[in-house]
Design a protein around this ligand. Structure first.
Ligand code: UD1
Length: 416
């Protein structure tokens, strides 16, 4: 496992390019399984989770080729519907392949999916959805064997809003006979981007962005080229990097509408910003305020993926902040590591009470998951002396090159 070394104390300044969205490209790659032909995705982020999904597509018989950030996925001939254990346990979003495989070849065999250690992350909603549409699923020794016949349009109301389960519902319905109506869908922008990508392949999905999606089945799809949108979570992380270092950072490209919740928090902390022409100009010279109460929520609320980066920023704000996590039950893993750096964070069940300190102290810390790992990098930007972040691989699951990006903004950072 690699380490990131970081010497704190510089204010970040300059422009940073925002990579394509991880959470958008992964379900688009799963959607490529639906099509007996070529799907081309441009602006793909070169990150570990995407490489893992490439391995999954290849193991299923898909052919994947790269030209820089462009990925060509040819799923003309799928060999089988079995997702190897080594990939499924590495990444939770392997579960989105299940909807596509059931739709395309009527079967799927996969172990229970893995992913970041941020909570129980059950898949009961996914399985309930599949059973509702007539799939037979049996579980033996941790492996799920699923079979379904030709699927007819169905109506399903999600018992709780889940990004992955909504994506699976859409993927399973695209090639059905007739019309499918999905209610209480997740409205995270990445669900919408996946739907737009499928529509550009010839799918018929209506209601994009709302809680009700209507999918009119089509017999087949056609080749497409689709651009992956910028990653709002990476943009939010780099906004926090500017904030914690009291810097002046320009982020581009960003979709302003998708950034509203984190920008509202940034403003409360004293940040100033302007969005113009797809760029976000930020000035964190006056960021210093604690935020009395914040909570993560489903979109358009504050993304849970930015909770850990915010913990870092609030650790050096003046005053007390309460940050409540409502989406995942075990997402405060970064807190203990931040405490090692001198942060004053107390966890009470789902709430973190953060008492801001003047500064943090560099030391050796361990990344345990993706966003928590990024939060440690942010803390290192302001810590006195050197911070060493072990297990940097977790960060590479979602950030193409955090050392390059922050280094270009003036951070003294490198990977061992
Ligand atoms: C996706 C994102 C992740 C983000 C999360 C919430 C991807 C690849 N990942 O994850 O970055 O943090 O949305 O915005 O897009 N749940 C159940 N049963 C289920 C499914 C989910 O109880 O069958 C629970 C989860 O444990 C969690 C909540 O529902 O507490 C939300 O999970 P979900 O929206 O499904 O997240 P993911 O799709 O896994």
């Amino acid at each position: 496992m690699g380490n990131i070394h970081l010497t704190g104390g510089t204010s970040l300044e300059g422009s940073v390019g925002i990579q394509g969205s991880k959470n958008a490209v992964l379900p688009m790659m799963a959607a490529a399984l639906l099509h007996k032909g070529v799907t081309t995705l441009t602006n793909c982020p070169l990150i570990r989770d995407v490489f893992c999904m490439v391995d999954i597509l290849r193991s299923l018989g898909g052919m994947v080729t790269w030209e820089e950030h462009t990925m060509h996925i040819d799923c003309s001939h799928l060999r089988r519907g079995k997702i190897p254990e080594e990939y499924a346990v590495r990444m939770r979003s392997s579960i989105t392949c299940m909807g596509s495989l059931l739709a395309r070849i009527g079967m799927c065999e996969m172990p229970y999916p893995g992913g970041c250690m941020i909570g129980q992350r059950p898949i009961d909603v996914h399985l309930d959805l599949f059973r509702h549409m007539g799939t037979q699923i049996v579980e033996r020794e941790g492996v799920l064997y699923s079979v379904c016949g030709r699927c007819h349009g169905f109506t399903y109301k999600f018992p709780r809003r889940s990004v992955g389960a909504t994506e699976n519902g859409v993927l399973a319905a695209v090639l059905c006979d007739g019309v499918t109506r999905l209610e209480n869908c997740a409205t995270e922008p990445e669900v919408g981007w996946m739907c737009r990508c499928i529509n550009s392949m010839g799918g018929k999905i209506e209601g994009i962005g709302s809680k009700i999606l209507q999918i009119t089945g089509v017999p087949g799809l056609h080749d497409t080229t689709f651009a992956v949108p910028p990653d709002r979570i990476v943009a939010g992380t780099y906004l926090c990097a500017g904030a914690i270092s009291r810097g002046k950072v320009v982020l581009e490209p960003v979709i302003m509408e998708e950034m509203q919740a984190i920008l509202a928090v940034y403003k409360k902390m004293g940040g100033q910003y302007e969005g113009k022409g797809g760029k976000l100009f930020t000035n964190s010279a006056h960021v210093h305020l604690a935020v009395p109460f914040l909570e993560t929520a489903v979109y358009p609320g504050l993304p849970t993926d930015l909770q850990s980066p915010l913990l870092s920023v609030l650790s050096v704000a003046s005053g007390v902040s309460i940050l409540r996590e409502t989406v995942f039950e075990n997402r405060f893993l970064a807190a203990e590591q931040l405490q090692k750096m001198g942060a004053c964070i107390r966890i009470y069940d789902r709430e973190a009470k953060v008492t801001g300190k003047e500064t943090l102290t560099g030391c050796e810390v361990v990344a345990q998951e993706l966003r928590g790992g990024a939060a440690l990098v942010l803390a290192g930007l302001v810590a006195s002396g050197e911070t060493v972040i072990r297990n940097a691989e977790y960060i590479e699951r979602g950030y193409e090159d955090i050392c390059r990006d922050l280094g270009n903004l003036g951070a003294r950072i490198h990977k061992e």
